[in-house]
Design a protein around this ligand. Structure first.
Ligand code: ADP
Ligand code: MG
Length: 385
């Protein structure tokens, strides 16, 4: 398949005629570690993937936005009325209209534009194609309009587009990763303060690679289970008299658990408190250049999600076990759970053997064959030309 940036430019020329004024790319992401910590005011550590969404864009007399996506092959068109309030533009167009809406809500004079979108980020696989789309469109509009919106303020705005216009209650991680990640680094994000720090994560230099396996497991009951986990965490925080579980340190964990009567709530709280600490420990190892040593933390995170937070499914556990059995240094489910992807940290030359082991284990259990890709940490949203 041709390069995604070329496909965006070709789509632009075919749909709109002429060349775009520029192309803007934004990546999908995976979370290295820190699961279900975001809504507990805690820590996450995503990194950007070399899979990107590209918007080729050109200003047009406004307020008017005309958008083509390779994905559906359709072109949608909307004006000021449709972005006056959420709900008017639906389906995939809502992510684009949401960005325009959020910019206008924040008082920006958004330029009218023609946009052609192409993407290599798979949809709904937990790699955040939605934030990649928002970030590509947002950075294009900010540049085209010369808007005064520095990168550190962009994630919140893209999140608002998704929360309020699309109606998906996501945290700040996906948009932060799509916009702020750096090549060869992971993004250490404090979900309470929204402060970020770029942590060196040079897999290549360490002779390592990250295998991302799409479990292909159907997302069974994911929404209801997610809401239930949030409620358990809030109940635990309230019982413990803290603003959020982030305020309980691992050194206080035993005392805190002793105050929770319900065994299920105890398990949920234990996951969140220990997971926050695993993020901090991972950051410390990466800062010290001890990249290989993060493997056991990844695996411990998986065990905690499986046994304490209870958000894994048989396909996911099978992939993790098979990867570890084939020599992965660590492996874990990434994302909200009940499906999605598995990360396996592997020696650069072991990626194929580990992927084969996962495929074989899946076949033995009669699961639908998984897909995989080997990735290195990539850059966040940027103008290409
Ligand atoms: P994820 O973000 O994990 O991939 P979501 O359900 O949050 O899954 O977002 C997927 C939705 O985002 C798609 O159903 C589609 O509406 C929209 N989307 C993402 N990428 C594109 C694209 N390149 N073109 C059109 N719509 C897209
Ligand atoms: Mg999404």
């Amino acid at each position: 398949m041709t390069d995604v940036a070329d496909r965006a430019a070709a789509g632009f020329e075919r749909e709109f005629g002429g060349s775009p004024a520029g192309r803007w790319a934004a990546p999908g992401r995976v979370n290295l570690i820190g699961e279900h910590t975001d809504y507990n005011d805690g820590f996450v550590l995503p990194f950007a993937l070399p899979l990107r969404t590209v918007a080729a864009a050109q200003p047009q007399a406004g307020p008017r936005w005309t958008v083509w996506s390779e994905l559906s092959g359709e072109t949608i068109d909307f004006g000021a009325d449709e972005v006056a309030e959420p709900g008017r533009v639906t389906d995939w167009g809502a992510y684009v209209a949401g960005v325009v809406w959020a910019l206008r809500e924040a008082g920006h004079d958004v330029p009218g534009a023609r946009l052609a979108i192409a993407s290599d980020v798979p949809l709904g696989a937990g790699l955040s194609s939605s934030a990649a789309l928002e970030a590509a469109v947002l950075t294009a509009l900010v540049d085209l309009g010369g808007l005064d919106l520095p990168a550190e303020r962009q994630p919140r705005l893209a999140q608002r587009a998704e929360n309020a216009y699309v109606g998906a209650p996501t945290g700040i991680m996906d948009q932060s990763a799509a916009i702020r990640c750096r090549d060869g680094h992971a993004l250490f994000l404090d979900c309470r303060t929204e402060e970020v720090e770029h942590i060196p994560f040079d897999l290549h230099a360490a002779g390592l690679a990250m295998l991302v396996v799409d479990s292909r497991a159907p997302h069974r009951h994911a929404d209801g289970e997610y809401a239930a986990r949030r409620r358990s965490c809030e109940a635990a925080a309230e019982r413990l008299g803290v603003r959020a579980l982030r305020d309980v340190g691992v050194d206080q964990l035993d005392a805190a658990l002793a105050r929770l009567d319900d065994p299920e709530t105890r398990r949920r709280a234990r996951h969140v408190v220990t997971e926050d600490q695993r993020v901090l420990d991972t950051v410390a190892l990466l800062r010290a250049g001890r990249t290989r040593e993060i493997g056991p933390l990844l695996t411990a995170s998986h065990v905690s999600m499986r046994d304490d937070f209870e958000i894994t499914v048989p396909e996911i556990d099978t992939a993790v076990e098979a990867a570890l059995g084939a020599g992965a240094l660590g492996a874990r489910m990434t994302g909200g759970g009940f499906g999605g992807c598995v990360l396996a940290l592997v020696g650069a030359d072991a990626a194929d053997a580990v992927a084969d082991a996962v495929t074989t284990a899946y076949a033995d259990k009669g699961f639908q064959a998984p897909t995989h890709v080997t990735v290195l940490p990539a850059a966040g949203a940027a103008r290409l030309d």
